[in-house]
Design a protein around this ligand. Sequence first.
Ligand code: AMP
Length: 249
Amino acid sequence: MKVLVAVKRVIDYNVKVRVKADNSDVDLTNVKMAMNPFCEIAVEEAVRLKEKGIATEIVVVSIGPKVAQEQIRTALALGADRGILIETEEKVEPLTVAKLLKGVVEKEQPQIVLMGKQTIDSDNNQTGQMLGALTGMAQGTFASEVAVDGDKIKVTREIDGGLRTVELKLPAIVTTDLRLNEPRYASLPNIMKAKRKPLDVTTPADLGVAISSSQTTVKVTPPAERSAGIKVGSVSELVEKLKNEAKVL
Ligand code: AMP
């Protein structure tokens, strides 16, 4: 069974995000970029499906600039078989990404599409659901466990206050939550081997999708700075401050 995994290049989660001086966007100058963490979990799950003998081929797809090949190569080093870059320098919204992924799904005919539940740069949490709507495929979002059984897949979903397990008929889309697995690190020999794995580059136009946007970013602001803490001299002073200054007692 073929598994398609969608991975996005985003700002590394360890980086302290800086906002441009004119508040127009996040400043990405000389910033370390990486694979979106939820996408790493999706790659790991695909590799585990292959190790279990369920998946036979893992295809990784990313939509982004030429340098997004780095994230595809990382996925190839982790165990994916081949990559597809849909190259564009433009910012793409979830609906455009979903339309492009639909084109790839139609071409590749995967049985499972694994995606992150959200990207940590734009926090949309929309693309998997939109792809489900566009393709008519079943979807299991926020997966914390998956089990393939013949032509069905059981997805345990993390919902408020508990877990809900749904059974989907394949082909299906699964979006990953944090507890699904712990991604492995790529070994040096696998990083070297990944350089020789196939990576096709295509464009949105090749897939017949025009990049359009329905939103413009009005303003980006960093979170409010926290003021420095103080040390109190006694419990009674603490109580007095909580009562009269913080007014929480
Ligand atoms: P989002 O809806 O933007 O929060 O993204 C959810 C998931 O959709 C991500 O974790 C990826 O699996 C996929 N995705 C979003 N944008 C892209 C992109 N540019 N290229 C590949 N996959 C993407």
